[in-house]
Design a protein around this ligand. Sequence first.
Ligand code: ADP
Ligand code: MG
Length: 303
Amino acid sequence: MTAQREATQLRDGSTELPGLEDLGVELGPTGRPVTEFPEPKTLRSHGPARIIALCNQKGGVGKTTTTISLGAALAAYGRRVLAIDFDPQGALSAGLGVPTHDVTTIYDLLLGSAKDVAAAIQTTGTPGLDVIPANIDLSAAEVHLVNEVAREQILARVLRQVAADYDVILIDCQPSLGLLTVNALTAAHGVLIPLECEYFALRGVALLVETIDKVRDRLNPAIELDGILATMYDPRTLHSREVLERVVEAFGDRVLETVINRTVKFPDASVAATPITEFAPDHHGADQYRQLARELVHRHAVA
Ligand code: ADP
Ligand code: MG
């Protein structure tokens, strides 16, 4: 629309203002103008880590994929990243190709049967991205910890030992709002909520936000919502676009501008136990996770 027509329209008393799109501004999938997030600056020194919990009690929404891909993207930008497998399924450990048996796991550290946190850390094939693994033992942790003193703060105490060595610690939560997730939220400075662009995406999010609010009230007053990440977005389907629109309506600016598209490259990368940024570095899925890393640095969610 030309400025001329715009002005005429307004003089005519039309209340319809031109949309940003009409003015030639390119809009992203969240309906906001597309931002080019700058390359993160090189860090002169490292740590202490900002701890981010990736949380959603719904399974299959992209928590583990985001932990791996974002962790690898941040590591490629020179950040020191520690990923915590906090799901007894051990998908994060598998996706990063590290062993989970005959090694110290996060379960041993929570229970106190292993005390040296640094010794539990494994390096991965991605320089700068380390992991503390988990296996099915972790499913017994809630039962074992329920009578502990300050049972919600155990993970926070564990991570304190190694926080100085990292710039960011990503906790890959299990799909539940039980004691383990409360431990993750208590340890965290921020929460990142991956949300699948599917029907019922919003179902349960109110309960998750309520849980975060309770943790803020009682255990961790400083916890922040770092953002809601729309995942498995398919720009070709009306359905996907409508779901994203609803999510933006509900959460506004808390929805990150970066959106992750649905692509089979992610399952392929996890079978190869390699982050997408290395498995298919030129694929748009890798681009989107690099953009997410830049957006989070830009928003000061990561140094
Ligand atoms: P969660 O940890 O929330 O359960 P995952 O990250 O394990 O979710 O993802 C569930 C499944 O979906 C996995 O098989 C994963 O490879 C796949 N997946 C994750 N993100 C995408 C995506 N953007 N597009 C297509 N498949 C994806
Ligand atoms: Mg998972």
